[in-house]
Design a binder for this molecule. Sequence first.
Ligand code: FMN
Length: 179
Amino acid sequence: MELTEVVTSRRSVRAYKKDTTVEQSTIEEIIRFAQEAPSWKNSQTGRYYVAISPEKVAAVKEKSLPEFNQKSCADAPVLIVTTFVKNRAGFDREGNADNELGNEWGAYDLGLQNELLTLKATELGLDTLIMGIRDGEALRAEFDIPDTEEVVAVIALGYRDNEPEKPKRKDVEAIVKFF
Ligand SMILES: Cc1cc2nc3c(=O)[nH]c(=O)nc-3n(C[C@H](O)[C@H](O)[C@H](O)COP(=O)(O)O)c2cc1C
């Protein structure tokens, strides 16, 4: 698939085919690709906690997702919890923030990585749903995520069971100012 085709065919999918699985090697391939993203001083602070056993997937859904997100990923076979190591991206070696954004740079880098993750999944015929509405502390407990990491999104991975509409995008004129 060409880049443009991958980007335009990716959708947030909220209905997944039942009784499917995704090989661990495929998930590794997707995350390896995501690692190609640029990052602050190449700090590569993104981390992944992947629920693949049906028991763990069910636990993540029940304990950390609101009902509407549970429904959206009800039959997704994989849930990927993404975090970043704090106080590195956006910080100097002494631990001082390089500018006013501080740890927001860690979230920025993780977003770059996760976009590649979703695009690679699309290229491989898989679908995703990034979920930012989740209980971070429940996820921390479920995966024993250390306090040195910020819990960010849960990404459902699986095979679409419907054809979602593309939500409208703003016109370029509405978001750009040239000087
Ligand atoms: C950071 C982030 C958090 C999101 N959180 C949720 C969520 O909790 N639940 C949900 O259904 N969709 C969530 N979405 C999906 C967006 O609603 C979706 O990307 C947007 O409507 C555009 O649709 P598209 O992804 O199909 O292009 C999230 C997307 C992003 C990037």
